[in-house]
Design a protein around this ligand. Structure first.
Ligand code: HEM
Length: 402
C-alpha cells in the first residue's frame, strides 16, 4: 500500500487506496490477471456534503473547462444537463463505465483519483431565469492593474474541473462530459494542467510549481479548526442563495510566469521574492518547511528576514486581516510564444467561503506591492459558485434547479 498525496493541500485520507503492488505480484504468479496498482484503484467519493476536487490533493493531470448554454436553454434543460453530468461523473469516479459509453479511452484503468467538480458562473443565472437566486458573492471580480485578461478564455455559464492521476482517465472524463452536453451547452474554453505524479518522490511532499518553488505549504489544512469556515459556505446558510450551503467559491486565474525574466535573477534574489528557500521550502526566518513564518524576525544586518515585498508576507492572512483561501493549482505549459518564451505558468484555483474574504483582498494587496507580481501576468479569470455535494439519487445543483 503506497502513500498518496501531498503535504500541502490535504492529507491522503480522503482517498480510498486499493491493493498494492505486492498483491499484484502474487496474483501474477498464480496466473490470474493482476489487480490494479494503488495509483489506479484510488478513488474519491462523488456523493457527500461537499463536491470532490476541493480537499483532495491536486492530481497529476487536470482539465479546466467552461461551457456556455445554447441560446434558448431554460432551467429545465440545464437541470437535465446537470443530472446527466452528475450520473456519469459518479460512474467514472467509481471506476464504472458510464451508460452508453463505448469510447474505450479509460478502459483498463481504475478511477485513478478522478474528481469532477461543477460550478455556475454569473451569466448562468440570467440565461436560466434564476437571477433572483444568484449569490451576491458572484459579483464580478474587480480589475487589477496587473491583469491582461482574455475575455474568450474567461468566465462562462458552467465550469468543470477535472483531475486524475492518469492522463487518459482525465481526458476521457472531459470528452464524455463534452459529448453528454449535447445541444444544451458548448465548450467556451478549456485549459490543461499537471502536477507532480504521486510516487515520483521518495516520500509524499508538497508539490513544486514551474518556478521551482515548493508551493502549497501554508494552505489551510482540513485538520485546522477554522478550515470549513474559510473554505465552505455554512451548512445553515439562509437567504435566496441558501442552495449554496456546503458549497464553495472557486476563483480561477490563468497566470503566466515570465520565466525568461525570472531566470535572470540569482537563486538568492528568487528566494527573497518569495520569502522561502527553494531547496526545501523553509521560510527565510528559519526552521524547516513547516516552521511557522516569523514576519518580525530581523537579521543581524538589521534587515527583515522576510522582505517587505516578499510574496508570503504580502499574501499572508496575518497581513490581510485573516483573509485566507485554499490554493489548489495545476501547472500548465502550452508550447512557446512568438518571442520564444514558454507559454507556461499556473492554473491558479482558490477555494473560499466568500471571495471578498479570500482572493479579492489578497490579490488587491499583491497587485500593489508584491515582489512576485512583476514576474506574472494574469491572462484569464473566472469566478464560479460551486454548490455543495449531492446524495445518491440526486444531482449537483439540484437545490438550485429543481
Ligand atoms: C504562498 C507561489 C500566486 C496567495 C506561496 C508560496 C509560493 C507561492 C511559492 C509559498 C509556499 C506556500 O505557502 O504555498 C505563487 C506563484 C503564483 C502565486 C508562483 C503565481 C503564479 C498567488 C495568488 C495568490 C496567492 C494570485 C492570491 C491572490 C498565496 C498565499 C500564500 C502563498 C495566501 C500563503 C502565504 C502564507 O500565509 O504564508 N505562493 N503564488 N498566490 N500564496 Fe502564492
Amino acid at each position: 500500500r503506497r502513500l498518496l498525496g501531498t503535504a500541502g493541500a490535504a492529507g491522503a485520507g480522503a482517498l480510498v487506496v486499493g491493493a498494492g503492488a505486492g498483491a499484484a505480484g502474487a496474483a501474477a504468479v498464480r496466473g490470474r490477471p493482476e489487480p490494479l496498482t494503488s495509483l489506479g484503484s484510488a478513488s474519491a467519493p462523488f456523493h457527500g456534503a461537499h463536491q470532490a476536487g476541493i480537499v483532495q490533493p491536486a492530481q497529476a493531470h487536470g482539465h479546466l473547462a467552461a461551457f456556455d448554454l445554447a441560446p434558448g436553454t431554460d432551467r429545465r434543460a440545464a437541470a437535465a444537463l446537470l443530472r446527466r453530468w452528475s450520473a456519469i461523473a459518479a460512474d467514472m469516479m467509481a471506476g464504472r463505465q458510464a451508460q452508453d459509453d463505448t469510447s474505450g479511452v479509460a478502459l483498463d484503468a481504475g478511477p485513478s483519483s478522478l474528481t469532477v467538480t461543477f460550478g455556475f458562473g454569473r451569466s448562468f443565472f440570467d440565461r436560466t431565469g434564476l437571477a433572483d437566486k444568484r449569490p451576491a458573492a458572484l459579483e464580478p471580480l474587480p480589475a487589477f492593474t496587473g491583469d491582461a485578461l482574455d475575455a474568450r478564455r474567461s468566465e462562462g455559464d458552467l465550469w468543470v474541473q477535472i483531475g486524475a492521476d492518469d492522463a487518459l482517465v482525465a481526458f476521457h472524463a472531459l470528452r464524455l462530459l463534452q459529448k453528454k452536453a449535447g445541444d444544451t451547452a458548448r465548450l467556451r474554453w478549456q485549459m490543461n494542467g499537471f502536477n507532480r505524479t504521486p510516487g515520483a518522490t521518495a516520500h509524499p511532499m508538497t508539490g513544486r510549481n514551474l518556478m521551482g518553488q515548493i508551493d502549497g505549504t501554508n494552505n489551510p489544512k482540513p485538520s485546522d479548526a477554522d478550515f470549513a469556515d474559510r473554505v465552505f459556505v455554512p451548512e445553515d446558510h439562509k437567504g435566496a442563495d441558501a442552495w449554496m450551503a456546503g458549497g464553495s467559491y472557486a476563483v480561477v486565474r490563468r497566470i503566466r510566469m515570465l520565466l525568461d525574466t525570472w531566470d535572470h535573477l540569482s537563486l538568492e534574489r528568487q528566494e527573497k521574492v518569495i520569502g522561502r528557500r527553494q531547496s526545501d521550502g523553509a521560510p527565510l526566518s528559519g526552521g524547516t518547511e513547516t516552521t511557522p513564518v516569523d514576519l518580525d524576525k530581523v537579521d543581524r544586518d538589521g534587515a527583515l528576514a522576510i522582505a517587505g515585498d516578499a510574496h508570503i508576507r504580502v499574501a499572508s492572512p496575518a497581513t490581510n486581516r485573516g483573509a485566507a483561501m485554499l490554493r489548489r493549482a495545476f501547472s500548465y505549459h502550452d508550447g512557446f510564444r512568438d518571442d520564444g518564451a514558454p507559454d507556461a505558468g499556473l492554473l491558479f484555483i482558490a477555494w473560499q467561503a466568500d471571495p471578498m474574504k479570500g482572493f479579492v483582498p489578497v490579490q488587491r494587496k499583491l497587485d500593489r506591492g508584491d515582489g512576485l507580481s512583476r514576474f506574472l501576468r494574469h491572462e484569464a479569470s473566472g469566478l464560479y459558485a460551486v454548490p455543495g455535494g449531492c446524495e445518491k439519487g440526486e444531482y449537483v445543483g439540484q437545490r438550485l434547479l429543481e
